[in-house]
Design a protein around this ligand. Structure first.
Ligand SMILES: C[S@@+](CC[C@H](N)C(=O)[O-])C[C@H]1O[C@@H](n2cnc3c(N)ncnc32)[C@H](O)[C@@H]1O
Length: 296
């Protein structure tokens, strides 16, 4: 006869045991522990033709892992900087619903056609617009429910403007080297501090769209520009924790190690310039109680 302790679990064989009281996801304890490591090496498959035009797409396989950890089946995922729609495609693949905002019509169209090709059963809504108006855009698109999880990769400040060797190779192939020329593209903000503040203002709105105790993952990086490192990942982490009643709780960083990127000669025989082959996945949580306590 099964004891009371045993009936809380379903044995999923190789995957391990699923605790029926798991509040966050549909993973077994074994899978949970595996994901909790603070770094991972992720080698994505080569990008397909319609995806390669975008200068900084993240792999669906990576997003899938995060979504699977931070949500349950049929939950709702949001991406305020949608690009070519990797987040929505990852969401569809693991049977979650989702919505996202993209400013560039080109990338929005790529996203639409990619989603249509898959024919997912879940509801996936890409929206063409400016994330500075994200709350308004959700109302206009009849999205009134709160999201369970947010994952996104905003522009890395002015990183694409740099005339790096990698950018030159893209230019030579006729591929995009910037997202767009419009002023509302936050990747076109010249001043670093202004970028940090604008980015934080958008996440203030995202805060209101996420359910309490929901998580937010931001994939970003520090940026080397004009001979020095701008600590964009660290400043992103700090700035979002200092937003008054909309302060996020920073929970962790998870490092994405890119072991497949070729090394290029940077500063050789002259000075230190690193080959940056990792990215930061910053993990935040919305905890209303913590903000309420602060205001007392
Ligand atoms: C790092 S890319 C995201 C790529 C995406 N994760 C993917 O896999 O395709 C950042 C995206 O933010 C978009 N963007 C920049 N400013 C925006 C804004 N104010 N509102 C909405 N999207 C914006 C850019 O056009 C770009 O596609």
């Amino acid at each position: 006869m099964k004891s009371e302790k045993d009936s809380k679990y379903i044995d999923l064989g190789e995957r391990g045991k699923l605790n029926l009281k798991n509040k966050l996801n549909d993973l077994t304890g074994k899978e949970w522990i595996k994901f909790s490591k603070s770094w991972f090496i992720h080698t994505p498959p080569r990008r397909k033709e319609d995806e390669v035009l975008h200068p900084a797409k993240y792999p669906e396989s990576l997003v899938e892992e995060f979504i699977t950890f931070f949500t349950k089946e049929n939950d709702f995922v949001l991406d305020p900087f949608l690009g070519t729609g990797s987040t929505l495609i990852a969401a569809g693949k693991v049977k979650r619903n989702g919505a996202g905002i993209e400013l560039s019509e080109n990338y929005y169209n790529t996203c639409l056609s990619r989603i249509n090709k898959y024919g997912f059963e879940n509801k996936l809504t890409p929206i063409l617009g400016n994330s500075e108006n994200i709350k308004e855009l959700m109302i206009q698109n009849n999205i009134i429910n709160k999201f369970d999880y947010v994952i996104t990769s905003p522009p890395y400040w002015n990183q694409l403007e740099r005339n790096s060797i990698r950018q030159k190779a893209r230019k030579d192939k006729g591929l995009d080297t910037i997202y767009s020329e419009t002023k509302s593209d936050i990747g076109n903000i010249k001043e670093y501090d202004e970028f940090i503040e604008k980015q934080a203002q958008i996440f203030d709105q995202v805060y209101d769209l996420l359910k309490d105790k929901g998580y937010l993952t931001i994939v970003t990086n520090n940026v080397y520009f004009k001979g020095k490192l701008f600590p964009l990942a660290y400043d992103t982490a700090i700035s979002l924790t200092k937003r008054g009643s909309k302060s996020w709780i920073l929970k962790d960083e998870k490092l994405w190690l890119q072991n497949d990127k070729p090394l290029i000669a940077l500063g050789v025989n002259s000075a230190w310039v690193g080959n940056r082959h990792h990215q930061f996945c910053l993990i935040f949580r919305k905890e209303e109680e913590a903000n309420a306590l602060k205001s007392k």
